[in-house]
Design a protein around this ligand. Structure first.
Ligand SMILES: NC(=O)C1=CN([C@@H]2O[C@H](COP(=O)(O)OP(=O)(O)OC[C@H]3O[C@@H](n4cnc5c(N)ncnc54)[C@H](OP(=O)(O)O)[C@@H]3O)[C@@H](O)[C@H]2O)C=CC1
Ligand SMILES: Nc1nc2c(ncn2[C@@H]2O[C@H](COP(=O)(O)O)[C@@H](O)[C@H]2O)c(=O)[nH]1
Ligand SMILES: [K+]
Length: 479
């Protein structure tokens, strides 16, 4: 990457900068390879943040199926983390995992899990866990809220045999030939997944992030307190692919000790550590044993650190400096926080990030862990909160004695309640991934790059005023 024009003396964030197009020999955006080279096995440079409102097993599996990586948060009890990792590892890779609900659940219950506009199929289970038919999500739009899902089943839903699905393109064509949008996929009669036209199309564009055994990849976080090594070992035994050692102030002795403890286990897994925003921070954490640095203090949507402490750093400069330092050491950085638009992802990658971590934006999707809420205008949202908020601190330290909990609560650096609205046109994580990756693919071709290393080499970055940034926005009404 190079700058065009006089580099300002102050630090920069994403809205301060833009990409200047260059001559390109890349003839199609679909010829772009987005894969990061950070050793995580991801095929797109997108990581879902270790936040309780963002990454659960379902979101992690959906993201890995499209090549990204979800980081399960350190706040989940070890037993739940173990179960979540094992669940992700059992999920179909080539097909979607249909939403499964009890046949006794009501339409209103189902509408807390997915909107009728989501498309696809809902598989119903009876009290013994046996299949009790399937209904299309769109059926929820016309049924009464208190109707029992099991009573909406009429006839059997189309099923395709996995042996007939020789590839994603074949699956798409079979659905078109049958005149249907979605079907269950069976193998020797057993349900192994579901396929939609959109899902099959996506499978022709994305490559899943899979481990050596061909199972979906998943990451998990550990904090820096307690027996960090024992927890890391337990996660590795459950099958985790990447370990993230995470705390607000990553450049502290407690973090260095935690990294050494995890690295000392010799698990052979990439160790991500943070958060840092300086080259010195990178050097110390890499020396302790980290191979990827999580970068960002204060840019997060749920984060009040900058206003509480004045500490942090505008994110573009933080990524640029740390990525440069990491490169010299053969390490990598993940740009963590502050992403609101696909352009921010492109700029983080141009600054040198191997991958970009997204939290709050992904909280507002069907796949995130929370239930759907509806505001007074009928708009769908999910609740989100910061991992250093009073709410998160209470959940994390609730089992401590009241005095210890009260001491911890003094230091809240995040908001406890926020509404993240679902995009009516893009309610699922995969819809957002389509939007982000298509934007970034296009960014690469504007710079004449067909791969991430080429993009980082060729990107030309200019500086803009607030008016320049404003000009780039679309206008939903006339002026
Ligand atoms: N990227 C960002 O800007 C930020 C992210 N977060 C996220 O919130 C979650 C909770 O993290 P965290 O609050 O570190 O909790 P942790 O449970 O990881 O504990 C942090 C430990 O570090 C000690 N510590 C020393 N200085 C600091 C400091 N300035 N800030 C925080 N802890 C400090 C704490 O001791 P003691 O409590 O006694 O001080 C405690 O022992 C993490 O997921 C983290 O990534 C939180 C804030 C900023
Ligand atoms: N200072 C705080 N930072 C937080 C908190 N919870 C999460 N985070 C950080 O934000 C990113 C995600 O950023 P987003 O803009 O995509 O939401 C996450 O990975 C953490 O580093 C918090 O309570 N305080
Ligand atoms: K912020």
């Amino acid at each position: 990457m190079r700058f065009s024009g006089q580099v300002p003396a102050h630090d920069l964030t994403y809205s301060d900068v833009f990409l200047i197009p260059s001559r390109s020999a890349v003839t199609s955006r679909l010829a772009v390879d987005l894969a990061p080279t950070d050793g995580t096995g991801a095929t797109i440079p997108i990581v879902a943040a270790n936040m309780n409102s963002v990454t659960g097993p379902r979101l992690a599996a959906s993201l890995a199926r499209r090549g990204g990586l979800g980081v399960l948060p350190q706040d989940l009890p070890l037993q739940e983390l173990d179960a979540a990792i094992r669940w992700v590892k059992q999920q179909p890779v080539a097909w979607d995992a249909p939403i499964e609900l009890s046949a006794d659940a009501s339409v209103a219950d189902a509408l807390r899990v997915l909107p009728a506009s989501a498309g696809g199929l809902i598989v119903l289970r009876d009290a013994d866990g046996a299949e009790a038919g399937a209904v299309s999500a769109s059926r929820l739009a016309t049924a009464l809220p208190d109707a029992r899902l099991g009573d909406l089943v009429h006839g059997t839903v189309a099923s395709l045999d996995a042996d007939d699905l020789t590839g994603a393109r074949a699956a798409f064509d079979l659905l078109v030939d049958a005149g249907i949008d979605a079907a269950l996929v069976r193998h020797h009669g057993h349900l192994v997944g579901a396929v939609t036209r959109r899902g099959a199309l996506r499978s022709t564009i994305y490559a899943p992030a899979v481990d050596a055994g061909g199972r979906l990849r998943v990451a998990a976080a550990v904090g820096i307190n307690g027996d960090v090594a024992a927890k890391a070992r337990a996660l590795a035994e459950a099958g985790v692919d990447v370990l993230v050692v995470d705390t607000a102030h990553g450049h502290q002795e407690g973090m260095l000790a935690a990294i050494r403890a995890v690295a000392g286990l010799g698990l052979g897994l990439p160790i991500v550590a943070g958060n840092v925003v300086t080259a010195d921070g990178v050097r110390d954490l890499v020396e302790a044993g980290a191979s990827i640095l999580k970068v960002g203090v204060g840019p997060g949507a749920m984060c009040t650190t900058r206003m509480m402490t004045a500490v942090g750093r505008p994110q573009f400069s933080a990524v640029l400096e740390t990525a440069g330092a990491a490169r010299e050491l053969g390490a990598h950085v993940w740009a963590d926080g502050g992403v609101r638009y696909p352009r921010d992802v492109a700029l983080a990658l141009a600054a040198g990030a191997a991958s970009v971590m997204i939290g709050s934006w992904f909280a507002g999707t069907i796949e995130s862990p929370g239930l759907l809420e509806r505001d007074a205008d009928g708009r769908l949202y999910k609740e989100s909160w910061g991992m250093a908020s009073t709410k998160a601190v209470q959940e994390r330290f609730g089992r401590l004695d009241p005095y210890e909990l009260a001491r911890k609560e003094l230091f809240a650096e995040g908001i406890s309640s926020s509404r993240i609205y679902l995009d009516a046109n893009r309610p699922s994580l995969e819809d957002l991934l389509d939007m982000i990756t298509s934007g970034v693919r296009s960014s690469f071709t504007y710079s004449g790059a067909a791969s991430l290393p080429e993009f980082q080499e060729r990107a030309v970055v200019g500086f803009q005023s607030a008016a320049g940034y404003e000009e780039g926005k679309a206008l939903p009404v006339s002026w």
